[in-house]
Write a protein that binds this ligand. Structure first.
Ligand code: FES
Length: 105
């Protein structure tokens, strides 16, 4: 787990981009908890951290594709986005960045 940000850095219902292990990760604070996805939308690289968080999904601001925040699966057409484990310790947020190899294993 790598330190990502403080909980106060991400308002409820929003996302923020952090760079961890050389990867840009979007950290989301949803009503149901904290989530982390690759920051770039798998469609055309849209900034998922700027998307609208709705229940347990985020809507890409470029072309409105939706992704499940927990699984990264598209809610509709398209490819999934990589998800990363998140843990909140006190007022700090930690992320375990999934490598492509680890996801495939
Ligand atoms: S770039 Fe995200 S939906 Fe097109």
């Amino acid at each position: 787990m790598t330190y990502a940000c403080r909980i106060d850095d991400v308002p409820l219902g929003e996302g923020r981009v952090v760079t961890l292990d050389g990867q840009r990760i979007a950290v989301f604070r949803a009503a149901g908890g904290w989530y982390a996805l690759d920051a770039a939308c798998p469609h055309m690289g849209g900034p998922l951290a700027d998307g609208i968080v709705c229940d347990r999904a985020v809507i890409c601001p470029l072309h409105d594709r939706r992704y499940d925040l927990q699984t990264g699966e598209p809610l509709g057409a398209g490819d999934p986005v990589a998800v990363h484990a998140v843990e909140v310790r006190g007022d700090q947020v930690f992320v375990r960045v999934s490598t492509r190899e680890a996801v495939a294993a």
